[in-house]
Design a protein around this ligand. Structure first.
Ligand SMILES: Nc1ncnc2c1ncn2[C@@H]1O[C@H](COP(=O)(O)OP(=O)(O)O)[C@@H](O)[C@H]1O
Ligand SMILES: [Mg+2]
Length: 493
């Protein structure tokens, strides 16, 4: 990969070359805010045509030409992994590839540890940048996705409406398998500066708040340098790094990060908050919801994808023409995707297809399920969201299109977590990626969800020597596999 310094060397601003130290701020349209001290987000902005970059007091919009100019003069060129060899110059594949080349995630989740969330009684799970969960029905795959959404919701606040949208009562977040009255979690976050952070919190479903939480660097030298911890909440008081402890005199739900203004936060916390706030968990994606008419998306596809039409209409949304090109690869008869504004601000999604010489337009209510799902997936991939989460990714998508979907997801600039029942998905991963990315979930005898890297299980690791990942998976009886593991780890069952 290029280092950020290499990349910025050749950035041009008007007629001038920019050095990193010349750059004072980047205004990101998707966040509606200016970042003064975040080179990582700046790098991300570099590959996004149309983002204003401020040098001194002047602001310029980077044009695609300036950006590609910079890329070609860069000291190295990186070929998009997985897309190499395809001839897609000028269309959306190319754009996805370019994003991959230039956009480094500023934050990602490295691991989660959950105590007392539904069947996640005591679960530790390492999350690679691309992660694929498999396992029997009821093993807890969707629950892991719900937990990710729950954690992301902590920084957005509004836990009550989140519960309502899911049709849950407060206590539904708790595990019925234990008597604990709180959910405790630890999330390790990797930052682009290599100083990892650990967010530890205890959520009380009665008050809907994290009654205690800390965010601190994981390594001790960074911890000392940064005057660790950088966030601490206990007994109704909070402390930000290098600042005195104060009483909490405002109301909020979830994490205190939801109640603190972004511009009052240290940059590391702001990045974490942004990352979590732009985490999209599409664990309830349904064609019915994707067909809904809505007025506004507020930057998210919303529960089950119900904001799709408004999400595509948003000014900050992915370029609809690029999306159309991508989808045309899947459906050659597709001509156009449009979002019409109806009376009172309702947004109506419409797709135009051509059969022979005849072009017909179809409203969302009549668009086929697969197209809607692909549209949602590729809209997310083209978005500024940091973490994308999809349940049962293969649902409703033609087998011949799965390869395109899996390749796009596994090489996405975003962190991606998905669940699948399909061995076919695994066929498009190479052995190394399958070893790292595929996690098998199972329930112990006590009903606790546990996780294990699928291809580290002895029987599967053997099979992988002679078969591809997909074949090895298809050749495996998951019920027996769960028994094999519980026999290896009897203490957990
Ligand atoms: N509050 C809870 N406490 C403990 N277990 C729960 C709770 N809610 C649901 N479950 C268990 O979680 C299982 C659902 O897991 P789920 O994540 O939907 O599985 P998968 O997506 O892998 O099919 C249910 O079978 C149920 O046994
Ligand atoms: Mg499920």
């Amino acid at each position: 990969m290029l280092s950020s310094t290499d990349r910025t060397k050749a950035i041009r601003f008007g007629g001038h070359r920019l050095r990193p130290e010349d750059i004072h701020a980047v205004t990101t349209s998707w966040l509606d805010e200016t970042i003064h001290d975040s080179p990582a987000i700046f790098c991300r902005a570099l590959v996004d045509p149309g983002l204003p970059i401020t040098v001194g007091t002047a602001t310029r919009i980077m044009t695609p030409a300036q950006i590609s100019g910079f890329r070609h003069t860069g000291p190295h060129r990186v070929r998009p992994r997985g897309l190499a060899g395809r001839q897609h110059t000028g269309d959306n594949w190319r754009i996805i590839g370019q994003r991959l080349e230039g956009w480094r995630l500023s934050v990602r989740i490295k691991s989660i540890e959950v105590i007392g969330f539904k069947s996640l009684v005591k679960l530790k799970l390492d999350l690679p940048k691309f992660c694929c969960l498999t396992g029997l029905n009821g093993s807890g795959k969707s629950t892991v996705l719900q937990f990710i959404d729950f954690a992301a919701q902590q920084v957005r606040g509004e836990i009550d409406s989140w519960l309502r949208l899911r049709g849950w009562k407060n206590r539904d977040v708790l595990s019925k398998l234990t008597s604990a009255r709180v959910v405790t979690f630890r999330i390790a976050l990797e930052q682009s500066n290599n100083h990892d952070l650990l967010w530890t919190a205890t959520f009380d479903p009665h008050s809907l708040m994290c009654v205690s939480e800390t965010i601190q660097p994981t390594d001790t030298t960074a911890a000392q340098a940064a005057d660790s911890p950088i966030l601490q909440v206990t007994n109704g008081r909070y402390r930000l790094s290098k600042r005195d402890e104060q009483a909490i005199e405002f109301k909020y739900q979830g994490s205190i990060l939801s109640g603190l203004l972004d511009n009052k936060l240290p940059s590391a916390l702001r990045e974490v908050k942004t990352f979590l706030r732009t985490t999209e968990s599409l664990d309830m994606l349904t064609p019915e919801r994707l067909r809904e008419r809505v007025r506004e998306a507020r930057g998210t596809l919303g529960i089950g994808g119900r904001n799709l039409s408004a999400f595509l209409a948003d000014a900050a949304a992915p370029n609809i023409a690029d999306l159309t090109k991508t989808l045309r690869r899947a459906y050659p008869q597709l001509i156009d995707i449009t979002v019409r504004s109806l009376r009172a601000g309702w947004k109506q999604l419409q797709v135009t297809e051509k059969f022979g010489e005849k072009a017909i337009s179809t409203e969302a209510q009549h668009i086929n399920d697969g197209t809607l799902r692909l549209l949602a997936i590729f809209a997310e991939l083209a978005s500024k969201h940091g973490f994308l989460v999809f349940d049962e990714i293969e649902n409703g998508i033609n087998p011949e299109l799965i390869e395109m979907v899996v390749k796009s997801l596994s090489t996405a600039p975003q962190q991606v977590l998905l669940t699948t029942h399909s061995p076919m998905i695994l066929n498009y991963l190479d052995d190394q990626q399958a070893k790292e990315s595929v996690i098998f979930l199972y329930r112990t005898r006590n009903g606790f969800t546990q996780a294990k890297r699928l291809f580290e299980i002895p029987s599967l690791s053997e099979k992988l020597k002679v078969m591809g990942p997909g074949e090895a998976f298809a050749d495996t009886d998951l019920q027996r596999l769960s028994e094999e593991i519980t026999a290896i780890h009897p203490g957990e069952g």
